[in-house]
Design a protein around this ligand. Structure first.
Ligand code: SAM
Length: 321
């Protein structure tokens, strides 16, 4: 097993099925940009094979399918059962929920036990202003379908000062009433946010989120697994919520995440644009590919930040959020 000086190793693999997305969220892509697939994306067979190799070589325990928008990928129907059959302890999916209706049966029947659905507001107009694609009612109905199908649903929200700060409580209430766990994600200084002052203007800290919640609810901090990115809180008799506090409580020193982009690059860290091309391994016999992969994993582990997220020009939709 490859381990670094902080005792970190890769246990979680996030696989981007495509860089394409049917949203163009203000914090993810600059104005006027359309989200396209990356050049030379791996096909379903290549991607599944590469995941199998990485799982073996790195000792991956948890797998998350993401993007871009993973449900938009034509590979999705082929790759999901193949990855489910790897027998990993935990397989999950992060989606914006727009296409759940079309994929509901496949998702429910796949054996997937949990799903993260991204939603930043319950207000239809602001939804359109932030996501710049899709519609709110479709996401809400997708959540219901997943809950009715027995999947555990977590909701991801990025609170931002000028856009949805007043949604911190309504979103929590909505999730608590439906037994869904809300995850607030502190805005990350990525991509175009690193230029200009949009990030500084919009960033809402963990303390501010907790203060807003404290106006209505009593809560206590609970234990989270050592490599969890979220700080987790319990509201007695009502449920849980979490905060992914990239800035306020960085989790780099216990980060176990590895990312595989849709065009076959490994990323060891969201805050480092260094990437490692695995496509050449597709042409090698398996034992040689495994040996080369070990070398790439050492380099990817070395790319991790020691202490905190420094920000990166790379955008999340490209690496896989
Ligand atoms: N399309 C899928 C979705 O919407 O969930 C998966 C990809 S998306 C990049 C994954 C998550 O990253 C979303 O919850 C999104 O809100 C979050 N995200 C993207 N850019 C971000 C940023 N700059 N700061 C914080 N979260 C961000």
């Amino acid at each position: 097993m490859i381990v670094d000086a902080h005792g970190r190793r890769f246990r979680n693999l996030r696989v981007s099925l495509t860089a394409a997305c049917n949203y163009a969220c203000t914090y993810c892509v600059p104005d006027g940009k359309r989200l396209q697939p990356a050049q030379h994306e791996l096909d379903g067979d290549e991607l599944a094979y590469m995941v199998e190799l990485i799982v073996d070589a790195a000792g991956i325990e948890k797998l998350r399918l993401t993007g871009g928008e993973p449900l938009l990928s034509p590979k999705f129907d082929e790759i999901l059962p193949r990855l489910m059959s790897l027998g990993l302890a935990d397989v999950s999916l992060t989606t914006n929920g727009q296409l759940i209706d079309r994929k509901a049966a496949a998702l429910i029947n796949s054996g997937l036990r949990r799903i993260n659905i991204s939603l930043d507001t319950l207000d239809p107009e602001r939804f359109t202003a932030i996501a710049r694609g899709g519609d709110l009612a479709t996401v809400l109905s997708g959540m219901e379908q997943m809950r009715a199908g027995g999947l555990k649903v977590k909701v991801n929200m990025v609170p931002m000062r000028r856009r949805n700060a007043d949604q911190i409580l309504p979103m929590l209430e909505y999730c608590l009433e439906r037994g869904m766990e809300l995850r607030y994600i502190e805005l990350m200084n990525m991509g175009h946010l690193r230029r200009g002052n949009e990030y500084l203007r919009d960033f809402i800290s963990m303390d501010e989120i907790l203060e807003a919640i404290g106006a209505r609810y009593e809560f206590t901090r609970t234990d989270a697994p050592y490599d969890s990115t979220a700080v987790r809180y319990e509201i007695p008799d009502q449920g849980f919520f979490g905060i992914i506090a990239n800035e306020s409580e960085p989790f780099c020193s216990s980060c176990t995440r590895l990312r595989l982009s849709s065009n076959g690059f490994l990323y060891g860290c969201l805050s480092n644009s260094a990437s490692h091309d695995v496509k050449p391994l597709l042409d090698l016999p398996r034992h040689q590919a495994m040996a080369r992969l070990q070398g790439l994993l050492v380099r990817a582990l070395h790319d991790k930040q020691d202490v905190s997220f420094k920000g990166e020009v790379t955008v999340m939709k490209f690496i896989g959020g």
